[in-house]
Design a binder for this molecule. Structure first.
Ligand code: GRG
Length: 334
C-alpha cells in the first residue's frame, strides 16, 4: 500500500521526501511481516487496525531524525516498526478504556469484536514490538520499556480525572507529556541512536520530540472542539463527551467569561445533547481557544529552538516545517 508522507513534510526537499517514502514502504512491508501468523483470529484482529491506515507519524519521525547520523542504517526501519506497533497496541487498549466505537475511520476492534479480543490483540502487538526492538540491543529495548510504562502512567492519570472539573492545567500538561509526547520523544531519540548520530544530539532530539508531541496533542485537542464533522470525520466535542477535559476546557473553567455556567454544566457529568452544544459554545466563545493556541505556538517555538542546536540541512528544515504545520493546522499560526 503506498502511503503519503504527512502533509507537513511534503514541501521542503524533494530528495529527502522521496528517500523517506522508500523507507516508509520498507516499514510498511516489515509491519505486515510483524503481524503475519498462521491464518487465524489473531492475525485478522491485529491486521485490522494496521491495514486501516494511520499517519505513520512515529516511523516518519524516526526516519527523518536518522538524517542526523547515517539515514541508510537498516536499524531505523526495525525501530520504526517497533514504535508503530507499540502505538498501535496502545490504540487497541485506548478504545477499550474509552469504549470508543471508531478508530482510523472504521469500527474499533472492541466494537467489531469485544473488549477481550481488543485487549489481547493490544497485548500481542506490544509483545511483537518488544521482540522486534530486542533485535537492536539493550538500549533501545530499555528505552521502549520505559516509554510504555510512561504511556500507562499518562493514561491512568487521564482516567483518574475523567469527568472531574477541578483538574489543574499543570496536571493536564503532565498527562499529555506522558500519554502522547513520551512515544514521540522516544521516536526522535531512537532516530538519532539507531543512525549513530553524535551522542550529544540525542537529548536535543528527545527534547524536540517532547515539544513536538505536546504541540501534536494540544492541536488535536483544539481541533476536537473547533473542526466541523465533515472535515474531522467525527463530531466535535468527543473528548468532552467522554469526560476528557482538555486544555481549552480547563482554561474556560477557570478564566473564561462563562466559567460559572460551564462548571455547572460539567459538574453534572460529561455533557450530552443540548448540554454538549452549550458547553462547546461556552468554550468557543471566550479567549480559551486563543490562549490554548498560544501554548501550542510556544511548544512549536521551543521545538524549533532545539532544532537550531543541530546541523542545519534538509532534515532540520523538514522538522521545522512539520512543527509549524502542527501550529497552522489548529490556527496557532496563519
Ligand atoms: C501498555 C497496556 C498498555 C497500555 C498503554 C492505553 C495506553 C496505555 C495509552 C494510550 C495512549 C494514547 C492512545 C495516547 C493518545 C496518542 C495519540 C495522539 C493517538 C493518535 O495518534 P495519531 O494521530 O493516530 O498518530 P494514527 O491513527 O494516525 O496513527
Amino acid at each position: 500500500m503506498s502511503r503519503a508522507v504527512l502533509p507537513g513534510l511534503e514541501v521542503p526537499d524533494s530528495v529527502l521526501e522521496s528517500e523517506i517514502r522508500v523507507r516508509l514502504a520498507d516499514v510498511e512491508k516489515a509491519l505486515a511481516e510483524a503481524v503475519r501468523m498462521e491464518p487465524g483470529m489473531l492475525e485478522e484482529t491485529s491486521k485490522y487496525l494496521l491495514d486501516a491506515g494511520g499517519k505513520r507519524f512515529r516511523p516518519m519521525l524516526v526516519l527523518v531524525c536518522g538524517y542526523f547520523g547515517n539515514p541508510e542504517d537498516p536499524r531505523l526501519v526495525t525501530a520504526s516498526v517497533a514504535l508503530e506497533l507499540t502505538h498501535l497496541a496502545s490504540l487497541y487498549h485506548d478504545d477499550v478504556i474509552d469504549e470508543g466505537d471508531s478508530r482510523r475511520g472504521i469500527t474499533s476492534a472492541n466494537a467489531r469484536w469485544d473488549n477481550t479480543v481488543a485487549i489481547l490483540t493490544g497485548d500481542f502487538l506490544f509483545a511483537r514490538a518488544s521482540e522486534i526492538m530486542s533485535e537492536l540491543g539493550n538500549e533501545p529495548t530499555r528505552l521502549l520499556a520505559k516509554t510504555i510504562a510512561t504511556l500507562c502512567d499518562g493514561q491512568i492519570r487521564e482516567v483518574s480525572l475523567a469527568g472531574k472539573t477541578d483538574q489543574t492545567v499543570d496536571f493536564y500538561m503532565g498527562t499529555i507529556k506522558r500519554k502522547t509526547s513520551a512515544l514521540i520523544a522516544t521516536a526522535a531519540r531512537i532516530g538519532g541512536l539507531m543512525s549513530d548520530a553524535p551522542v550529544q544530539y540525542l537529548d536535543t532530539l528527545e527534547g524536540f520530540g517532547d515539544e513536538l508531541g505536546t504541540a501534536f496533542q494540544l492541536s488535536d485537542d483544539i481541533m476536537d472542539l473547533t473542526v466541523s464533522s465533515d472535515v474531522l470525520g467525527k463530531e466535535p466535542g468527543v473528548d468532552m463527551k467522554e469526560g476528557v477535559y482538555t486544555l481549552p476546557v480547563l482554561d474556560a473553567l477557570t478564566l473564561g467569561e462563562g466559567a460559572e455556567e460551564l462548571s455547572k454544566l460539567l459538574s453534572a457529568g460529561p455533557p450530552e445533547g443540548d448540554d454538549l452544544v452549550r458547553a462547546l459554545e461556552l468554550v468557543r466563545n471566550d479567549g480559551s481557544l486563543g490562549r490554548s493556541r498560544d501554548v501550542v505556538a510556544r511548544s512549536v517555538d521551543h521545538a524549533v529552538e532545539l532544532l537550531g542546536q543541530l546541523p542545519q540541512g534538509p532534515a532540520a528544515s523538514a522538522l521545522i516545517h512539520l512543527s509549524e504545520f502542527l501550529a497552522t493546522r489548529c490556527g496557532a499560526r496563519r
